[in-house]
Design a protein around this ligand. Sequence first.
Ligand code: CA
Length: 470
Amino acid sequence: MYRNLFILPVLITMTFCSQNSQKEKEKADIKSNVIIILTDDQGYNDVGFNGCKDIPTPNLDRIAKKGIVCTNAYVSYAVCGPSRAGLITGRYQDRFGFGRNPLFAPKDPNQGLPLTEQTLASALKQGDYKTMAIGKWHLGAYKKQRPLNRGFDEFFGFLTGGHMYFPEDLTLADISEVKSQYAAYKTRILKNNTRVDIKEYLTDALTNEAVSFIERNKENPFFLYLAYNAPHTPLQATEKYLNRFKNIQNKKRRTYAAMVSAVDDGVGKILNKLNELNIEGNTIVFYLSDNGGPEKHNGSDNGPLREGKGSLYEGGIHVPFAVQWPDVLPAGKKYDKPIISLDIFSTVVKYAGVKPKNKLDGVDLVPYLTGKDSSYPHDYLFWRKFDQKAYAVRNRDMKLVNANGEKNELFNLTDDIGETTPLNNKTKTDELLKMKNHWDSQMIDPVFLGLRHNKEYNKLHPDRFDPEKY
Ligand code: CA
């Protein structure tokens, strides 16, 4: 079977050195498959490979053992929607006005990812990849912004920022029955353009679709964007998973643990399928959470990190992250230099041999993760929360954070990961502020109202949920 060129310098070198040169050559000519496993609101500490004790995650830990744990991995925003917009475009989302968490507004063409942006799926279509999005979308419910119009061949999931997990709770036939922001959590699942009934716990249903997609695409390069909504609220788990955590007394933590455990089972099924189909070696699997855990809301644990979801302290943006790619990356390593979710796009398109449409903000991680390049992947990483006038910038060990729009605090994260003791260093503060202002000047204001403007939006758009006009 013919596959387009997929050239990896490292493999080419091996071709000349190895006795199995023909085999290696074949490997080098094969495009790698790409899987992104994104969890929702999972705490930094809530995976075995980051030291979690009460929630075993043997399958997420398999990724860590077979690949690399990035201990200083960030997302580009502290809540769901903007973080996903950054991940899927490989660009700081404020470049295109995605500085707020979108509302569910299916008639609004501006409430989501602008059509000028290219998704990773669209980029990979140029390289003949088959693409599928599973789970939470949250990048726009308007028709033109839905996954099938944004580079995905297939979709199984829901359009809004969260969803009910039990089939019996999915009582709304479709979005024409949705009359408020959070009622959308109850719509039936969307399979491509059709609403379907599911029979299982939602996390299990998402896993089964993922396994089926892999199975159906074993002969061609594929990209699977698997965005579990677990362990985002509502906290709902089946007895099968709850029974594993009889030892956890706190009910919230117990249900959260069960939800994480269901994801972990799913990851196990996916890894087993890759193994069974003998495509594990040339499949790159990224795992990360879309933002830090909202500890009080879902029982998550960000460990030593300060605060959680929504915050520009580490707890909001510093996430669990592991990647495996057995043909290319070493196994069982840790990588400590700061990286960001935006790097996923840059890494993937480089080896898929496709040219991105827009200027990317990430870097190809492979030279860093293989140890070939020992410099820092990024001199500076930036964050901002437009409405709160909050921002942060990280440069190597140092981070400047203005978490509430009021005061600047400088921390050395290598010495003080908990951001407990601000340093008094005007020169460094001024340098980071200058870099942040330069970056900020390239960003634009949000192009849509966000979740916190729900009431205001309803006043401006009284026909928001008028099904006649969908
Ligand atoms: Ca989230």
